[in-house]
Design a protein around this ligand. Sequence first.
Ligand code: DC
Length: 222
Amino acid sequence: MAHGVTVIAIDGPVAAGKTAVGRKLAQSLGFAYLDTGIMYRAITWLALKNDVPVEDEAALGDLARTSPIELVGTNSDHVSVAGHTLGPELRESPVDRNVSVVSKATSVRTEMVAQQRKIADQSNIVMIGRDIGTVVLPDADLKIYLTASPENRAKRRWQEMQDRGQVVELMTVLSETLKRDEIDTGRENSPLKPGEDAWELNTDGLNIQQVVQQIITRAENL
Ligand code: DC
């Protein structure tokens, strides 16, 4: 690894395993960890709370710029924004339903990207999201694009929801997953796509430990 701070970027669609893999990877390497999705979720929560219409790009931008996000703890479970400490509520339906729309806003993305770059300057880090290797940190030491089939991703999400006590049909989760893919890949600003120099890693049939091990092997050869 050539310079002072080492950065590993992990991108990919919803429920490809980014969170579980990123967390474990960061733990194994002793790196910081940031799941950037939580930042878009926090702005979405704040917009809903303040009755800011999620289609109002200018108002969302103002909100994002005036409400810097602070990370609480080291595992991206909680953040603090505008005096609110937020955790599980960021994973609930109102935020889930609106976050794709909020994260389409260029004004919001510009602010989130600036905040994320500042964080990446501070220490070795595993950062996960949709645009980390392509936009936020194009000079990352290792860029990974994690994928899995829509069916496997929907199953994974459905299981996570079950574990949280949310009752929902698998088919509903599958159709929501496909809908979110469409929004995330179709948006004008930073659409979700593998960077040209990203390593595409399909996690179908692999467990978390196997995926992490493959990444560590690559990281060791940087
Ligand atoms: O990974 P997640 O489900 O917590 O992400 C929530 C939303 O935020 C999702 O619609 C994609 C968006 N997002 C983004 O556009 N860019 C990122 N770097 C991270 C998340």
